[in-house]
Design a protein around this ligand. Sequence first.
Ligand code: HEM
Ligand SMILES: *[C@@H]1O[C@H](CO)[C@@H](O)[C@H](O)[C@H]1NC(C)=O
Ligand SMILES: *[C@@H]1O[C@H](CO)[C@@H](O)[C@H](O)[C@H]1NC(C)=O
Ligand SMILES: *[C@@H]1O[C@H](CO)[C@@H](O)[C@H](O)[C@H]1NC(C)=O
Ligand SMILES: *[C@@H]1O[C@H](CO)[C@@H](O)[C@H](O)[C@H]1NC(C)=O
Length: 526
Amino acid sequence: MKRILTCLVLCVFVLDEGFCCEYRNGTLQPVQRKMCEFKMKHPKPIGVLTTTAGRPVELREIVTLNSDLLGNEYLLDSMMHLTHERVPERIVHAKGTAAFGYFQVTHDISKYTKADVFNGIGKKTPLVARFSTADQNLGGPDVVRELKGMAIKMYTKEGNLDFLCLQTPVYLYTDPLYFQTQVHSFKRNPATNVFDRTVTWDFLTTRPSGLHAFLWTQSDFGIPRSYRNIDGFPIQTYELNNRKGERYYVRFNFRTEQGVRNLTEVGVTNASQDIDYYTRDLYNAIASKNYPSWRLEMDVMTSEGIKHLDFNPFDVTRLWKNGTYHTVQIGRLTLNKNPDNYFKIAELSAFNPANLVPGIPGPPDTLFKGRRLFYRDTQNYRLGINHNKIDVNLPMYAKTYVRDGVPPVNENMRDAPNYYPNSHSGPEPVVDESKPWRHLVVFEYNTVDLAPPAYFYNHVLSDEGQRQRLAEALAAQLATVTQPVQRRSLKMLTLIDKDLGRRVRHAVKVATANNAKQLRHASESE
Ligand code: HEM
Ligand SMILES: *[C@@H]1O[C@H](CO)[C@@H](O)[C@H](O)[C@H]1NC(C)=O
Ligand SMILES: *[C@@H]1O[C@H](CO)[C@@H](O)[C@H](O)[C@H]1NC(C)=O
Ligand SMILES: *[C@@H]1O[C@H](CO)[C@@H](O)[C@H](O)[C@H]1NC(C)=O
Ligand SMILES: *[C@@H]1O[C@H](CO)[C@@H](O)[C@H](O)[C@H]1NC(C)=O
């Protein structure tokens, strides 16, 4: 036994010799140096190994062969923790990565909002950001042509302000009811657990409001060169209030200072070899002090101007028309710090668009009302009722009457009163006389306008290459769907634009012929 132990100790020691930190040669990326960096910071073991209850582990417990397993507290403790170490993955945007940074005000926008975070040129607010792909499972590939998320949580003096952005300035529908349908139809088939485009296109052709955002994602915009090369759009139209109680309606835009770039065809082939391509890129960039940044601006309409439009400015499936708004600069967001632990930050973060601050009451439409309900609901399920007490979600200041529940509870408000109203000095609400009494009531229609996707195809896409790549991406999917759904889809695309329909129809023929050839090859080689 003694000899075995000596060997174990010796082996670790021998492996150690000259093994570490070769990255000084410049051959390893920052993501590949983490263990070396730890070792350099801590040349000696950081302390005694214990169980989770704190008892020191004795060297003989690290071998269980021929031993009394139940007597080995180290085995039970570490194994039973392992088998419980997951929380449920997000229902959407499961695969992601996070970084810390700050927001700095560059322009005075007190005319539009009294929000403290945006007032005072030079003011800095710390934040966390999380980038994600929308439909992949945790552990899925980064490089897929689909929606990308850029969620931002600013820790302001008046509470957390969350912006949940996509790289497309439009969304798929205006009715929150369709979220369930869309998520199911964009994800895996219930029988096979394989992505099934018949289902996706069945949804898109029965709810064609989604085609506009879908065209964005299937074009070059769906396959960015990196997370650093996307714009971020909260999309929804927010109400803002200033100190006089006046109301404005805005769409925020985070504009990347790295430029909007996409992966070329070769780039996609190369990048998709690496399942963590975007995650690696962001980490390496920040670790190399190549800090990515975004300019925050907003498109503004006045509460009078908003009444004289020939389109619904709250409709997330369309862009605002030219000439109906003006654009105002706000500030700059910079990401300058990688988390020291992925799970603690990226996995336990809970972004909720309903986390708003005084001066930004938020969007008044039905979709947002749905979002107010369901982010909270899913986070209660995923992280528990105390998810805002988890470090990464903790606001700078909070005093409440809520208590207890599944941990963390932190201080749990100690001995303060837990009922309201009370006459025992519990926290009191503030008075804000500038909060408007009037509310805008938005009446929405579910008719579908195909002009916005036609505008996208003809004007946002700016050359034949971009249109052809979009057509080929759509065709690659449509070559794999059933005939009735394919016919309906081609018809719908033709209704949007004749040239788009023609291009995709042709590309589907090519793709179908190629697929057939591959099938023949496969059966001949059997
Ligand atoms: C303008 C429309 C929308 C935008 C811009 C948007 C954006 C996002 C983003 C960026 C995330 C990822 C957050 C993260 O990194 O943790 C996310 C997650 C999510 N979204 Fe949305 N979304 C929209 C519409 C909706 C709607 C209509 C619903 C439901 C009614 C919804 C439900 C969810 C849920 C349940 C999650 C997962 C949250 C979690 O597990 O923490 N979203 N959304
Ligand atoms: C790093 O440099 C050392 C010393 O020059 C050399 O022995 C080692 O092979 C190099 N490692 C790599 C991965 O190039
Ligand atoms: C995508 O990248 C290619 C190659 O850099 C470029 O030609 C094309 O215009 C880009 N597409 C968009 C929509 O910017
Ligand atoms: C793709 O990978 C090959 C081989 O590793 C490399 O030579 C080429 O430069 C890469 N191309 C792009 C666009 O990344
Ligand atoms: C709207 O404005 C943008 C930016 O000035 C311009 O590129 C675009 O062509 C305009 N679209 C229309 C339909 O006038």
